[in-house]
Design a protein around this ligand. Sequence first.
Ligand code: CO8
Length: 257
Amino acid sequence: MPHTLAVQTPEPGIRLVTLQRPQALNALNTELLGELSAELDGAEQDEAIRVVVLTGSRKAFAAGADIKEMAERDLVGILDDPRQQHWQRIARFGKPLIAAVNGYALGGGCELAMHADIIVASEDALFGQPEINLGIMPGAGGTQRLLRAVGKSLAMQMVLTGEPIGARLAQQAGLVSEVTQPELTLERALQIARRIAEKAPLAVRLAREALLKAMDTDLASGLRFERHAFTLLAGTRDRDEGIRAFMEKRPPEYQGR
Ligand code: CO8
């Protein structure tokens, strides 16, 4: 049983993971990152799970890497930091991941949210990379993913000043897909998860891979990947079912084959 997470399956196909270190505003220590990456591994191997929703508390999604733990590590300690391996496992997660963000998403918390495919935020959410205030810099993708999400100018401003941005600006900039009232954030994330969980799993998987490919490849290679993925789907039973269901004016029943 994880100590730092609550794990539920609120409905078939959806795993809900809630960060639970309220005494430290869900600061990401080694134990939490280890439990989270293990949970994601489990969800990936469980064929019944289609989508994972990740959330925190009303006050904080996560207020960053655990500063108290970080203080104990010198240069060599950071070089061999086991947390890096947990981050890599989280980054490799192969199913749709939705972050429902209330309150603070700072430092490693913002980086964790950016590992999600979709971020839904409450109107009082704050996204920031305040590491510069501690004499350090983002270390879990914050410079790379933030720049891709919000563009150079805003990413530079956030990382170099350490000042956070609100949910509305985060949405305008493209970091966040939707902004909700605080009490509706998780509900909306679960609603999106449900929509995705209803689709043909292989189509979801390949469409997601193609979109992620666009983050780190040139257009010609991305288009080639898309073409191959599109062609592959033509060989699936779910594609036949999807088209047949449309013709017969009934909902499709997908099998993931
Ligand atoms: N780490 C450890 N403890 C924390 C953290 C944190 N990041 N954030 C908050 N806490 C603790 C506080 O120490 C406090 O505990 P205590 O009561 O024992 O002193 C408790 O949570 C509540 O926090 P506050 O009293 O400060 O609550 P406030 O509402 O006054 O303030 C803030 C909320 C503004 C969020 C404030 O807590 C804050 O500024 N936190 C730090 C934010 C920050 O700087 N985050 C970046 C951390 S560095 C980082 O993330 C680097 C990532 C690199 C990843 C690479 C890994 C290999």
